[in-house]
Design a protein around this ligand. Structure first.
Ligand SMILES: [Fe+2]
Length: 191
């Protein structure tokens, strides 16, 4: 389950419906997927894509995506730092950024046209669609590991356009972790 934090409002959202609704209000699609048939997170990419073929087909029809692949990032991935440095500064692109997380965790920050920046921590089972033109940036969590299905409208991929706003420097790329439990004050507010 994704966790959304809105630092300016000192709010943390951890329930599926409130996460989905909040993200929808800023133009971000969020879903949870279960495979049509069980598949291991370490299965070969073709098996992963086959297991989620129905969901991928629906997304392609909905968003005009033409290709899907599986990206696999681990702490020892060659060139990892350079790769991360491309995405951890505020940018936008002409293509949607669509990720379905198979393993590991990551942190998207979204900077909507109006309203505060929010952080979305994604983990296995989470689908996120960041529409084209959305200002955002991405960091890995502390394990520095993520495996995800990606969908593309243009098979050649996209080029990030950097805003150079520096806004990303104001937000800590800190993940809360899968065992996150809201602090007592927040928990009371949720009840
Ligand atoms: Fe991006």
């Amino acid at each position: 389950m994704a966790v959304v934090r809105i630092p300016e409002q000192n709010r943390t959202l951890c329930q599926f419906e409130e996460v989905r609704e909040y993200l929808a209000s800023i133009g971000i699609d969020y879903e949870r997927w279960n495979p049509s048939r069980p598949v291991a997170a370490d299965a070969p990419a073709e098996e992963i894509l086959a297991a989620y073929a129905d969901e991928i087909g629906k997304l392609k029809a909905r968003g005009g995506y033409v290709t899907a692949d599986v990206i696999d990032v681990r702490p020892d991935t060659p060139g990892l730092e350079a790769m991360l440095a491309k995405f951890n500064r505020e940018h936008w692109h002409d293509e949607d950024e669509v990720r379905f997380i198979i393993r590991g965790r990551g942190l998207f920050h979204i900077h909507p046209p109006e309203g505060p920046v929010c952080a979305i921590e994604v983990e296995a089972g989470d689908l996120i669609r960041v529409p084209r033109g959305t200002r955002h940036w991405f960091d890995l969590c502390a394990e520095r590991e993520i495996r995800a299905i990606r969908l593309f409208q243009n098979p050649a991929g996209w080029t990030p356009h950097y805003t150079e706003s520096g806004v990303d420097k104001h937000y800590e790329p800190v993940c809360l972790g899968p065992a996150y439990i809201p602090a007592p004050s927040t928990r009371r507010a949720l009840l």
